[in-house]
Design a binder for this molecule. Structure first.
Ligand SMILES: NC(=O)C1=CN([C@@H]2O[C@H](COP(=O)(O)OP(=O)(O)OC[C@H]3O[C@@H](n4cnc5c(N)ncnc54)[C@H](O)[C@@H]3O)[C@@H](O)[C@H]2O)C=CC1
Ligand code: BAL
Ligand code: NA
Length: 505
């Protein structure tokens, strides 16, 4: 498919169904990481705008056109959004690539996932109607109890830059399916496509205030959203330190949070893999896909010693073959990192690894043929010690570190030697061994004979310092529902007889 030339939209904040200039009228540049050029700008919300948006969301919940909708009615909006996103697929993918730097075909596949995700939550919204009120059997006849599943209220959704519109969708689609009113705060590093979602919501006639979109900086727009007393919940995906700040602020108001934070996931490769090339490709995909800028990247290769030399030789041959280029080029497989800050951070990780005694087996620098843009070669690091930063900390870049093992016990210990617990992968023909690893991995996700494929039906999330709560699937819908117990006394002719009745004195 030809990649379209597009116009860069200029938007305001999306509040109460309308485009609205930020109270302080500030804007932030939108930077193309492939060229380092400013290609547009986004509005910068502050606490004043947060307050206006929260009030609009609260009004939406109080109005029949949103607050009294059935799941089936909400499903219509979600399907209409999906259809509009699909209609604009080439353009949205191009905007995503320009803003984020991911290869166009990856961006386009993200847009396909966005469409599928809105459709999936439309189905779940419909299904919710029959589960809205469910009876709970009691041991007494004098009472009847049922449980209501109702929208949790006004929810704040704070998202990162690595999958801009897709991470937005992972939160917005279930929140709207559940009937919440939402305030989305996308990352200031890539907000353009999330703002376009505002235009799509306007076009499909989503009731005003059901979704509000506030772009801006974390401390100026995100932080007041978290501390706003009239926001009932925060769902966050991003870095560990910001997750800690959000949880701390939310705790002051006993506000529930779900946190999807970082990772340093292992991929354990045994010598009984089905096929060397297939295993090598999954290993590369596990770490270099999305430029390693994915929380679940399997960035620690734990490799059985017996096949290490041949596996690494082949891995380098495959790595050299990865096309690094402008992400708008059709067969690009590795574009630039998101920002100068991320580029410098990743190079620093590589130089610290070198200083700590590791070997940069491949890469480690910017590709020579690209002198502009935040590009870094896919990098493979060996001679890694478990005390090194490169083994312990999330890089969020195309950097794979390698350690070998002899026994299964050693492999499990290395795999779990991390404060994080998001993903874990094992490549082996022995399915009983895969089963043992599935149990042993301290993670929320396990991949067997693959790494990274992500579908919208199963749950997604981690344990340990990767956070808690689950997104996607039916689990995500639960994040946005209040479970209300309703108990009715049905023996209304019978006194309760706990106190002495004065009429009987
Ligand atoms: N787990 C993941 O998916 C992600 C992890 N990261 C990691 O985080 C590092 C830093 O990247 P950042 O973009 O700075 O991530 P970040 O975690 O600071 O940003 C994520 C979102 O949180 C917002 N935010 C920041 N401070 C906030 C606050 N005090 N209150 C409320 N919201 C706030 C940001 O504006 C953005 O929308 C990366 O180098 C990478 O290692 C970054 C993005 C995604
Ligand atoms: N699907 C990507 C989840 C993340 O990196 O946040
Ligand atoms: Na950008």
């Amino acid at each position: 498919m030809a990649i379209p030339n597009i116009r860069i939209p200029s938007r305001q904040l999306f509040i109460d169904g309308e485009w609205r200039e930020p109270v302080k009228k500030n804007r932030l540049p939108a930077i193309n990481p492939a060229t380092e050029e400013i290609f547009g700008d986004i509005p910068a919300a502050t606490a004043e705008d947060v307050d206006i948006a929260v009030k609009a969301a609260r009004r939406a919940l109080g109005r029949d056109d949103w607050g009294s909708t059935t799941g089936a009615q909400r499903a219509k909006y979600l399907r209409a959004i999906a259809a509009k996103v699909l209609e604009r697929r080439p353009e949205l993918a191009t905007l995503e690539t320009i803003d984020n730097g991911k290869p166009w075909f990856e961006a386009a596949s993200d847009i396909d996932d966005v469409v599928a995700c809105f459709e999936y939550y439309a189905d779940l919204a419909e299904a919710l109607d029959s589960k809205k009120k469910t009876e709970v059997k009691l041991h007494l006849d004098s009472f009847k109890t049922h449980v209501f599943r109702e929208p949790l209220g006004v929810v704040g959704l704070i998202t990162p830059w690595n999958y801009p519109l897709l991470m937005t969708t992972w939160k917005v689609a279930p929140a709207l399916a559940a009937g919440c009113a939402a305030i989305l705060k996308p990352s200031e590093l890539a907000s353009i496509t999330s703002l376009e979602l505002g235009e799509i919501c306007r076009e499909v006639g989503l009731p005003p205030g059901a979704l509000n979109i506030l772009t801006g900086l974390g401390h100026e727009a995100g932080s007041p959203l978290v501390s706003h007393p009239d926001v009932d919940k925060i769902a966050f995906t991003g870095s560990g330190p910001t997750g800690v700040k959000i949880m701390t602020a939310a705790a002051q108001l006993v506000k529930p949070v779900t946190l999807e934070l970082g990772g340093k996931s292992p991929i354990v490769v045994f010598d009984d893999i089905h096929d060397l090339d297939i295993a090598v490709e999954w290993t590369l995909f596990g770490c270099f896909w999305t430029n390693g800028q994915i929380c679940s990247a399997t960035s620690r290769l734990i490799l059985q010693e017996t096949i290490a030399p041949q596996f690494l030789d082949r891995l380098l041959e495959w790595t050299k073959n990865i096309k690094i280029s402008d992400p708008l080029e059709e067969d690009c497989k590795l574009g630039p990192l998101i920002s100068r800050g991320q580029y410098e951070k990743v190079l620093k990780f590589i130089s610290t690894a070198k200083n700590e005694g590791a070997t940069i087996l491949y890469g480690g620098d910017r590709p020579q043929h690209l002198n502009k843009g935040y590009y870094i070669q896919p990098t493979v690091i060996t001679d890694v010690d478990t005390s090194m930063e490169i083994w312990k900390e999330e890089v969020f870049g195309p950097v794979l570190c390698v350690k070998t093992f002899k026994t299964e016990e050693e492999a499990i210990a290395l795999a779990n030697d991390t404060k994080y617990g998001l993903g874990a992968a094992i490549l082996s023909k022995d399915l009983e061994r895969c089963e043992r690893f599935t149990k042993a991995f301290q993670s929320g996700i396990v991949w067997i004979n693959c790494s990274q494929p992500c579908f919208w039906q199963p749950p997604w999330g981690g344990k340990k310092r990767s956070g808690f709560g689950r997104e996607l699937g039916e689990w995500s819908l639960e994040n946005y529902l209040n479970i209300k117990q309703v108990t009715q006394y049905v023996s209304t002719d019978e006194p309760w007889a706990f106190y002495k009745s004065p009429s009987k004195l």
